[in-house]
Design a protein around this ligand. Sequence first.
Ligand SMILES: Cc1cc2nc3c(=O)[nH]c(=O)nc-3n(C[C@H](O)[C@H](O)[C@H](O)COP(=O)(O)OP(=O)(O)OC[C@H]3O[C@@H](n4cnc5c(N)ncnc54)[C@H](O)[C@@H]3O)c2cc1C
Length: 244
Amino acid sequence: MTTASPVTLSKLVSRHEVAERTTAFRFEKPLNWTFKAGQYLDMTLLDPSETDAEGNSRTFSIASAPLEETLMVATRMRNTAFKRALNTMPPGSAVKIQGPSGSLTLHNDVKRTAVFLAGGIGITPFRSIVCRAAKEKLPHRIFLFYSNRRPEDAPFLDEMQALETENPNYKLVASMTEMAKSHQSWDGEIGLIDREMLLRYLKDAVSPIYYIAGPPEMVKALRTMIHGAGVDDDNIRAEEFAGY
Ligand SMILES: Cc1cc2nc3c(=O)[nH]c(=O)nc-3n(C[C@H](O)[C@H](O)[C@H](O)COP(=O)(O)OP(=O)(O)OC[C@H]3O[C@@H](n4cnc5c(N)ncnc54)[C@H](O)[C@@H]3O)c2cc1C
Protein backbone atom coordinates (compact mmCIF):
# COMPACT_ATOMS: atom_id res chain seq x y z
CA MET A 1 0.00 0.00 0.00
CA THR A 2 1.33 3.46 -0.81
CA THR A 3 0.61 6.48 1.35
CA ALA A 4 -0.38 9.68 -0.44
CA SER A 5 2.12 12.47 0.18
CA PRO A 6 0.89 15.30 2.40
CA VAL A 7 -0.83 18.38 1.00
CA THR A 8 -0.20 21.81 2.46
CA LEU A 9 -0.40 25.49 1.60
CA SER A 10 2.53 27.81 1.02
CA LYS A 11 2.82 31.51 0.17
CA LEU A 12 4.91 33.12 -2.55
CA VAL A 13 7.75 35.16 -1.05
CA SER A 14 9.62 36.42 -4.12
CA ARG A 15 10.62 35.69 -7.70
CA HIS A 16 13.81 36.43 -9.59
CA GLU A 17 15.28 35.69 -13.00
CA VAL A 18 18.01 33.00 -12.96
CA ALA A 19 18.64 32.82 -16.73
CA GLU A 20 16.99 34.14 -19.87
CA ARG A 21 13.28 33.23 -19.81
CA THR A 22 13.86 31.31 -16.59
CA THR A 23 12.53 32.34 -13.20
CA ALA A 24 13.03 31.07 -9.65
CA PHE A 25 10.15 31.35 -7.19
CA ARG A 26 10.69 31.31 -3.44
CA PHE A 27 7.88 30.14 -1.19
CA GLU A 28 7.50 29.99 2.57
CA LYS A 29 8.58 26.62 3.88
CA PRO A 30 5.55 25.17 5.64
CA LEU A 31 6.10 24.29 9.30
CA ASN A 32 7.17 20.68 9.87
CA TRP A 33 7.52 20.14 6.09
CA THR A 34 10.76 18.37 5.35
CA PHE A 35 12.30 17.00 2.17
CA LYS A 36 15.52 15.45 0.92
CA ALA A 37 17.73 17.34 -1.52
CA GLY A 38 16.81 16.12 -5.02
CA GLN A 39 13.11 15.53 -4.38
CA TYR A 40 10.19 17.23 -6.13
CA LEU A 41 6.73 18.58 -5.30
CA ASP A 42 3.44 19.07 -7.10
CA MET A 43 2.22 22.65 -7.08
CA THR A 44 -1.38 23.72 -7.67
CA LEU A 45 -2.41 27.33 -8.21
CA LEU A 46 -5.46 28.33 -6.18
CA ASP A 47 -7.92 30.52 -8.03
CA PRO A 48 -5.44 31.49 -10.81
CA SER A 49 -6.04 34.53 -13.00
CA GLU A 50 -6.35 32.20 -16.02
CA THR A 51 -6.25 28.50 -16.80
CA ASP A 52 -6.06 26.22 -19.86
CA ALA A 53 -6.49 22.59 -20.84
CA GLU A 54 -3.29 21.53 -19.04
CA GLY A 55 -4.82 22.57 -15.71
CA ASN A 56 -3.51 24.33 -12.63
CA SER A 57 -0.88 21.86 -11.38
CA ARG A 58 2.74 21.20 -12.34
CA THR A 59 5.55 19.08 -10.91
CA PHE A 60 8.74 20.92 -9.93
CA SER A 61 11.99 19.68 -8.45
CA ILE A 62 12.87 21.55 -5.30
CA ALA A 63 15.88 23.69 -6.23
CA SER A 64 16.64 24.89 -2.69
CA ALA A 65 18.60 22.85 -0.17
CA PRO A 66 16.78 21.57 2.94
CA LEU A 67 18.64 23.99 5.23
CA GLU A 68 17.59 27.08 3.26
CA GLU A 69 14.93 29.22 4.86
CA THR A 70 12.55 29.17 1.88
CA LEU A 71 11.43 26.62 -0.65
CA MET A 72 12.56 27.41 -4.19
CA VAL A 73 11.46 26.09 -7.57
CA ALA A 74 12.73 27.31 -10.95
CA THR A 75 11.19 26.99 -14.37
CA ARG A 76 11.47 27.99 -18.01
CA MET A 77 8.82 30.69 -18.50
CA ARG A 78 6.95 29.25 -21.46
CA ASN A 79 3.79 30.96 -22.59
CA THR A 80 1.25 28.72 -20.83
CA ALA A 81 -1.64 29.80 -18.62
CA PHE A 82 -0.06 28.16 -15.54
CA LYS A 83 3.22 29.99 -16.00
CA ARG A 84 1.64 33.33 -16.82
CA ALA A 85 -0.48 33.06 -13.67
CA LEU A 86 2.52 32.00 -11.56
CA ASN A 87 4.55 34.87 -12.94
CA THR A 88 1.98 37.55 -12.17
CA MET A 89 0.56 36.46 -8.82
CA PRO A 90 1.45 38.90 -6.04
CA PRO A 91 3.79 37.92 -3.18
CA GLY A 92 1.71 36.52 -0.34
CA SER A 93 -0.50 34.49 -2.70
CA ALA A 94 -1.01 30.90 -1.59
CA VAL A 95 -0.43 27.75 -3.63
CA LYS A 96 -1.11 24.15 -2.71
CA ILE A 97 1.90 21.90 -2.55
CA GLN A 98 1.88 18.14 -2.39
CA GLY A 99 4.95 16.11 -1.62
CA PRO A 100 7.80 15.72 -1.29
CA SER A 101 8.18 12.82 -3.72
CA GLY A 102 10.97 11.20 -5.68
CA SER A 103 14.18 9.36 -5.07
CA LEU A 104 16.80 11.30 -7.07
CA THR A 105 18.67 11.79 -3.80
CA LEU A 106 22.36 11.41 -3.05
CA HIS A 107 23.53 7.87 -2.23
CA ASN A 108 24.75 7.09 1.28
CA ASP A 109 28.05 5.37 0.47
CA VAL A 110 30.51 8.28 0.72
CA LYS A 111 33.26 6.29 -1.00
CA ARG A 112 31.39 6.25 -4.30
CA THR A 113 31.68 9.24 -6.65
CA ALA A 114 28.47 11.05 -7.64
CA VAL A 115 28.30 12.13 -11.29
CA PHE A 116 25.45 14.52 -12.05
CA LEU A 117 24.46 15.14 -15.69
CA ALA A 118 22.15 18.13 -16.01
CA GLY A 119 20.58 19.53 -19.16
CA GLY A 120 19.32 23.11 -18.83
CA ILE A 121 16.48 23.36 -16.33
CA GLY A 122 17.45 19.84 -15.19
CA ILE A 123 19.90 21.62 -12.89
CA THR A 124 17.17 22.10 -10.23
CA PRO A 125 17.53 18.86 -8.20
CA PHE A 126 21.33 19.09 -8.46
CA ARG A 127 21.42 22.67 -7.20
CA SER A 128 19.65 21.38 -4.10
CA ILE A 129 22.08 18.50 -3.62
CA VAL A 130 25.24 20.51 -4.36
CA CYS A 131 24.16 23.30 -1.97
CA ARG A 132 23.35 20.73 0.68
CA ALA A 133 26.72 19.01 0.22
CA ALA A 134 28.52 22.36 0.69
CA LYS A 135 26.43 23.47 3.68
CA GLU A 136 26.68 20.13 5.46
CA LYS A 137 30.28 19.52 4.42
CA LEU A 138 29.45 16.10 2.99
CA PRO A 139 32.51 14.02 2.11
CA HIS A 140 31.12 12.70 -1.22
CA ARG A 141 33.16 13.42 -4.33
CA ILE A 142 30.75 15.15 -6.72
CA PHE A 143 31.10 16.00 -10.43
CA LEU A 144 28.40 18.12 -12.05
CA PHE A 145 28.36 18.04 -15.86
CA TYR A 146 26.04 20.88 -16.86
CA SER A 147 25.05 21.36 -20.49
CA ASN A 148 23.33 24.44 -21.97
CA ARG A 149 23.15 26.15 -25.32
CA ARG A 150 24.70 29.39 -24.00
CA PRO A 151 25.72 30.82 -20.60
CA GLU A 152 22.67 33.11 -20.87
CA ASP A 153 20.45 29.99 -20.75
CA ALA A 154 22.15 28.32 -17.79
CA PRO A 155 20.21 28.74 -14.53
CA PHE A 156 22.33 29.18 -11.37
CA LEU A 157 25.60 28.98 -13.37
CA ASP A 158 27.50 31.55 -11.27
CA GLU A 159 26.32 29.97 -8.06
CA MET A 160 27.26 26.47 -9.18
CA GLN A 161 30.71 27.81 -10.09
CA ALA A 162 31.13 29.63 -6.76
CA LEU A 163 30.33 26.49 -4.77
CA GLU A 164 33.59 24.96 -6.01
CA THR A 165 35.49 27.22 -3.62
CA GLU A 166 33.26 26.22 -0.70
CA ASN A 167 33.45 22.49 -1.32
CA PRO A 168 36.81 21.01 -2.39
CA ASN A 169 35.07 17.68 -3.13
CA TYR A 170 32.90 19.22 -5.83
CA LYS A 171 33.82 19.91 -9.47
CA LEU A 172 31.66 21.71 -12.05
CA VAL A 173 32.12 20.90 -15.74
CA ALA A 174 29.83 23.29 -17.62
CA SER A 175 29.58 22.96 -21.38
CA MET A 176 27.94 25.22 -23.97
CA THR A 177 26.67 23.84 -27.26
CA GLU A 178 25.78 27.05 -29.17
CA MET A 179 28.36 29.68 -28.22
CA ALA A 180 28.06 31.25 -31.69
CA LYS A 181 24.67 32.60 -30.55
CA SER A 182 25.99 33.98 -27.26
CA HIS A 183 26.95 37.55 -26.35
CA GLN A 184 29.09 36.40 -23.43
CA SER A 185 32.62 35.10 -23.35
CA TRP A 186 33.23 31.52 -22.31
CA ASP A 187 36.42 29.64 -21.54
CA GLY A 188 34.85 26.39 -20.33
CA GLU A 189 33.93 23.27 -22.27
CA ILE A 190 32.00 23.47 -25.54
CA GLY A 191 29.89 20.83 -27.26
CA LEU A 192 27.69 18.03 -26.04
CA ILE A 193 28.70 16.07 -22.98
CA ASP A 194 30.19 12.95 -24.49
CA ARG A 195 32.17 9.91 -23.50
CA GLU A 196 35.51 11.58 -24.15
CA MET A 197 34.59 14.51 -21.88
CA LEU A 198 33.49 12.18 -19.09
CA LEU A 199 36.69 10.12 -19.35
CA ARG A 200 38.84 13.24 -19.18
CA TYR A 201 37.37 14.31 -15.84
CA LEU A 202 36.44 11.01 -14.24
CA LYS A 203 39.84 9.27 -14.30
CA ASP A 204 39.95 8.90 -10.52
CA ALA A 205 36.22 8.43 -9.91
CA VAL A 206 35.49 5.56 -7.53
CA SER A 207 32.62 3.26 -8.69
CA PRO A 208 30.59 6.25 -9.84
CA ILE A 209 26.82 6.52 -9.63
CA TYR A 210 25.34 8.62 -12.44
CA TYR A 211 22.32 10.89 -11.97
CA ILE A 212 20.57 12.49 -14.96
CA ALA A 213 17.83 15.15 -14.98
CA GLY A 214 16.26 17.37 -17.60
CA PRO A 215 13.82 17.43 -20.50
CA PRO A 216 13.04 13.87 -21.71
CA GLU A 217 14.99 14.08 -25.01
CA MET A 218 18.10 15.21 -23.19
CA VAL A 219 17.80 12.53 -20.51
CA LYS A 220 17.40 9.85 -23.18
CA ALA A 221 20.42 11.09 -25.12
CA LEU A 222 22.62 11.25 -22.02
CA ARG A 223 21.49 7.82 -20.86
CA THR A 224 22.30 6.32 -24.28
CA MET A 225 25.72 8.01 -24.18
CA ILE A 226 26.70 6.63 -20.75
CA HIS A 227 25.31 3.21 -21.64
CA GLY A 228 27.59 3.32 -24.67
CA ALA A 229 30.47 4.15 -22.34
CA GLY A 230 29.80 0.85 -20.56
CA VAL A 231 27.95 2.12 -17.47
CA ASP A 232 25.58 -0.46 -16.02
CA ASP A 233 21.90 0.44 -15.50
CA ASP A 234 22.29 -0.30 -11.78
CA ASN A 235 24.53 2.76 -11.54
CA ILE A 236 22.23 5.18 -13.36
CA ARG A 237 19.40 7.17 -11.76
CA ALA A 238 17.36 9.43 -13.99
CA GLU A 239 14.47 11.86 -13.79
CA GLU A 240 12.67 13.08 -16.90
CA PHE A 241 10.94 16.44 -16.67
CA ALA A 242 7.84 15.26 -18.52
CA GLY A 243 6.04 18.23 -20.08
CA TYR A 244 9.05 19.67 -21.95
C1 LIG B 1 9.73 14.77 -11.64
C2 LIG B 1 9.59 16.06 -12.43
C3 LIG B 1 10.32 17.18 -12.07
C4 LIG B 1 10.19 18.37 -12.79
N1 LIG B 1 10.92 19.45 -12.40
C5 LIG B 1 10.82 20.59 -13.11
C6 LIG B 1 11.58 21.75 -12.73
O1 LIG B 1 12.34 21.75 -11.74
N2 LIG B 1 11.44 22.87 -13.49
C7 LIG B 1 10.59 22.89 -14.58
O2 LIG B 1 10.53 23.92 -15.24
N3 LIG B 1 9.88 21.85 -14.95
C8 LIG B 1 9.95 20.69 -14.24
N4 LIG B 1 9.20 19.61 -14.62
C9 LIG B 1 8.28 19.77 -15.78
C10 LIG B 1 7.05 20.57 -15.36
O3 LIG B 1 6.20 19.79 -14.53
C11 LIG B 1 6.21 21.06 -16.58
O4 LIG B 1 5.72 19.96 -17.26
C12 LIG B 1 7.03 21.90 -17.52
O5 LIG B 1 7.56 23.00 -16.81
C13 LIG B 1 6.17 22.37 -18.72
O6 LIG B 1 5.10 23.14 -18.25
P1 LIG B 1 4.40 24.19 -19.23
O7 LIG B 1 3.33 24.87 -18.43
O8 LIG B 1 5.45 25.03 -19.86
O9 LIG B 1 3.78 23.29 -20.39
P2 LIG B 1 2.43 22.43 -20.35
O10 LIG B 1 1.23 23.33 -20.47
O11 LIG B 1 2.47 21.53 -19.17
O12 LIG B 1 2.50 21.58 -21.69
C14 LIG B 1 3.65 20.88 -22.15
C15 LIG B 1 3.28 19.65 -22.99
O13 LIG B 1 3.64 18.49 -22.24
C16 LIG B 1 2.52 17.66 -22.00
N5 LIG B 1 2.59 17.25 -20.58
C17 LIG B 1 2.34 18.01 -19.50
N6 LIG B 1 2.56 17.32 -18.36
C18 LIG B 1 2.92 16.07 -18.74
C19 LIG B 1 3.29 14.90 -18.05
N7 LIG B 1 3.30 14.85 -16.71
N8 LIG B 1 3.63 13.81 -18.79
C20 LIG B 1 3.64 13.84 -20.14
N9 LIG B 1 3.32 14.94 -20.84
C21 LIG B 1 2.95 16.03 -20.17
C22 LIG B 1 1.32 18.50 -22.28
O14 LIG B 1 0.24 17.69 -22.73
C23 LIG B 1 1.83 19.45 -23.35
O15 LIG B 1 1.78 18.86 -24.62
C24 LIG B 1 9.30 18.43 -13.91
C25 LIG B 1 8.54 17.31 -14.27
C26 LIG B 1 8.68 16.13 -13.54
C27 LIG B 1 7.85 14.95 -13.95
